[in-house]
Design a protein around this ligand. Sequence first.
Ligand code: HH2
Length: 257
Amino acid sequence: MGVVNVTPDSFSDGGEFLDPEAAIAHGTQLVAEGAHILDIGGESTRPGAQPVTAAEELSRVMPVIEGLADAEISIDTTKVEVARRAVAAGASIVNDVSAFRFEPEIAEVVAEVGVHCCLMHMLGEPRTMQDDPRYDDVVADVKAFLEERMAFAVAAGVPEERIWLDPGVGFGKTLEHNLELLRRLDEIVALGRPVVIGTSRKSFLGKLTGRPERERLPGTIATNVVALERGARIFRVHDVAEVAEALMVAGATLGRT
Ligand code: HH2
């Protein structure tokens, strides 16, 4: 899954693809590099990011979705209006980092239109999630959250077969929380749904290596390879060519095709 951020303020590529032409060219390039899915987002979720209105988010993402209509599109949004318009324009996955908590009606849109969804764990909301996050047992807590959110989605009419799960690396987690989630990712995989993992360029990699966002590719690759070994199925990354190659080699080594 290649990341296309149509935002001025995303943490690692803010402003680079705000122009629709640049975003479309970038998405096309990521597909050529081996992305099976493009995750298009119009609102940054980094800690402290400014919220945007649905109208602003729509004006950012819609031309890009339309311009990349030949690709498999995931819309990265927490807003029902954005999800509705994006799936009407051809998006086949709704990636909601709030797991249907912020605007629960998104579940009905996903159910009605028959698309897939990704439900991600986040502690609270982006503005405050990094303020001293605490868990009893991070993996057990994230797992219980995802089970509850999956039950909510199913009750709203989303078939379980259309649900993907994501432990939400970096969303209300310390370095140790992130590492433990990756180390014990098999426990999330045991929920029986495809697991999405998003470590790409994130700050916990900077904490470990001292590197700025643009120099976190080695850490991104290392964590995605570990996640593959632990059973993750979808890898959300900015640097598709390099990660796809690393995963191909890791998969061959593990005897997976
Ligand atoms: N991470 C980000 C955004 N969306 N969705 C899923 N399912 N999993 C993730 O780990 C995830 C996500 C944050 O990364 P990015 O889009 O690069 O930054 P920003 O939120 O600042 O736009």
